[in-house]
Design a protein around this ligand. Sequence first.
Ligand code: BLA
Length: 301
Amino acid sequence: MSGGAAGGGLGAGFSYQKFVHVALEQTRLRTALATHPSQEKFKFIKTNEDNSVFNALSFSAPKIRLLRSLTIEQKNSVQVLDFAAFSEPEYDLPIFCANAFTSPSRSIVVLDLNPLFDTSEHKDYREKYFMNLMPLIDKYSELLPWGGKITSESLRFFSPVVIWTILEPTEANHQILYSAFMDYFKVWLELMDEAVQETSREKIDRNREAQHKYLTWRAEKDPGYPLLKKLIGECAAKDLVREFLFEGVSSLGTKSFLEYFPEYAQEDGTVNKKRSMAGKSFEARPWDAHGQFIGGDAGVW
Ligand code: BLA
């Protein structure tokens, strides 16, 4: 494998399949995965381009409502990973989120335990899940540096340990990404193991609504959508997003996108198609070493 120069070896040696394979192996060491109903429907996705291969897997397990993975591989060009895990609403576990879009020129990466509740506002939630995880950021902040300005709205779905980075697609960077992915996923599995079932109806409802809000956001505004549309067509892309990637968006709650995100409302009552109303901001990592948000209110709310 050549690595090094942008594009060299990409596609041949760079695959996200191994990430998925090892993550599922690790999950099976701890729990019993059952095939999720969405798996059957999305096992074979027909693409408009012969050189693209989609691989979609989905499972559930005790405590885990949905663990699903999508990889897209285009020979010698684009490689995509979208891997996420959502707990049952009886748990307030963060959402495991690993997204990577690799083209011959760069890899765009988000790796995080997306909090169910905003960690600036909900200090108890931040302390419960993220205070002990700050060493993860110490470990990776140099190797996987902050990717620069980002869609401001995304920040409210990120945790203080988020890895947001843009990398040269080299073999060395791919290995670092693999290591970070496994570290983060093992942390999520540990949190899942330790999670204690909530019994208060009110708290369960709150967890469910937070997850629904997240799903509603991503089903409407995910940056991967235009590429999906190009590869499989608008209808199939919509279906994939709502019934597979963000399954639950139609069943976990009844609120609409505009009820959660009214700033996107247009005069005629439709949703503004713009990805962002607030624009891009946060040139540098907006959390300090203690996980405290230091980004001000630069257009997030
Ligand atoms: C770009 N993807 C991006 C960017 C982010 C993410 C932050 C940079 C542009 C921006 O600032 O918005 C990812 N954003 C996320 C994630 C969350 C979020 C994970 O808010 C979670 C809350 N990316 C994918 C998949 C594809 C993909 C599956 O995860 C394709 C199928 C493509 N992402 C993709 C492409 C770009 C991108 C093509 C560059 C184009 C663009 O910036 O819109």
